[in-house]
Write a protein that binds this ligand. Structure first.
Ligand SMILES: [Fe+2]
Length: 307
């Protein structure tokens, strides 16, 4: 079955585009791709054309999660399943945007804008930068209808439910243990975006850069149970909930999923190492704030390149 292979990018709206750009190109370590009119496209250390798209908007919001697929036949097969499920979706087409590509957008069961793309003009080589985030390795989505979102991920995009705790379901679409996490809290908002760092030292140096820049670690450093990934959480401009992570467990089809009874912690513990305090009150507050906005069902509207 054709399926997505991972997250390619996220698109965010911010009220202060200049400040957000300075943050993402400063302590975050991303590099602008462009120039682009009325938007900022940012690449990481991978070959992906861009992994973050910023636009000015009336409020901070998440506009789109873009998944990668292998090729046009995969896009068309995934589109056929999404269309057959009854969700509002675009017809796959060539994309008029920086990096181009072929793909389509759709509105998921909870109104999030999701895109699936292939044939994007990726860079010839990764960035030679030891501490730049490599890619977006997962998004964690708050959900008011977790079963409907799970059906879309599994039956539409080809994910596998890989682990489940009392709070979160972890969905896998490749070697990374998870690329999407869905938590049921009654809201359809962004919980956080996780950027993969090359190794544990790069993750810790990233946390240090954030601290130096006035964005202290709100939870961590620690190591999660499901996925076995190390983490530091911090808050970006306009209360954006962000994570640096490293050493995400690599799995294959032999991995045996586990359930809530398997993923438990001893009293006082929330991670494997046990050296971190619990998440701060501020972190808990920003995990529910960022809403999804949509251009209706046209998820992949064109962005003119500047001349
Ligand atoms: Fe995470």
């Amino acid at each position: 079955m054709a399926r997505v292979t991972g997250i390619r990018s996220v698109a965010l709206d911010v009220t202060d585009l200049a400040t957000a750009q300075a943050f993402f190109t400063g302590p975050m370590g991303l590099e602008p791709v462009g120039p682009v009119k009325n938007a900022v496209f940012l690449r990481g250390a991978s070959r992906h054309h861009h992994i973050v798209e910023l636009r000015a908007g009336p409020r901070r919001a998440i506009r789109r999660v873009e998944f990668a697929a292998d090729d046009r036949p995969a896009i068309d097969a995934i589109h056929a399943r999404i269309a057959a499920s009854g969700l509002a979706c675009e017809t796959p087409r060539g994309l008029d945007r920086p990096g181009g590509g072929y793909g389509f957008g759709f509105s998921d069961p909870e109104g999030r804008s999701i895109a699936v793309t292939a044939e994007v003009a990726d860079h010839a080589a990764p960035l030679d930068h030891p501490d730049a985030p490599v890619k977006i390795t997962h998004v964690n989505l708050n959900s008011a209808n977790r079963d409907a979102t799970a059906r879309m991920l599994i039956e539409g995009l080809g994910f596998r439910l890989i682990d489940e705790t009392t709070v979160n379901r972890f969905f896998c679409c490749g070697r990374d243990h998870h690329s999407v996490v869905v938590g049921a809290n009654g809201l359809t908002t962004l919980n956080h975006i996780a950027f993969e760092m090359k190794n544990l030292d790069a993750m810790m140096r990233g946390g240090g850069r954030m601290r130096d820049a006035g964005h202290p670690v709100e939870w961590g450093p620690g190591r999660h149970g499901p996925g076995d990934n190390a983490f530091v959480y911090f808050i970006g401009p306009e209360d954006l909930p962000l994570e640096f992570t490293a050493e995400v467990l690599q799995i294959d089809e032999t991995y045996v999923p586990r359930g809530p009874d398997d993923w438990t912690w001893p009293p006082g513990r929330l991670d494997q190492w046990g050296v971190t305090d619990p998440p701060t009150k501020r972190w808990k507050s920003v995990q529910n704030l960022t809403a999804f906005v949509s251009d209706g069902w046209m998820c992949m509207g064109s962005v003119p390149t500047s001349s």
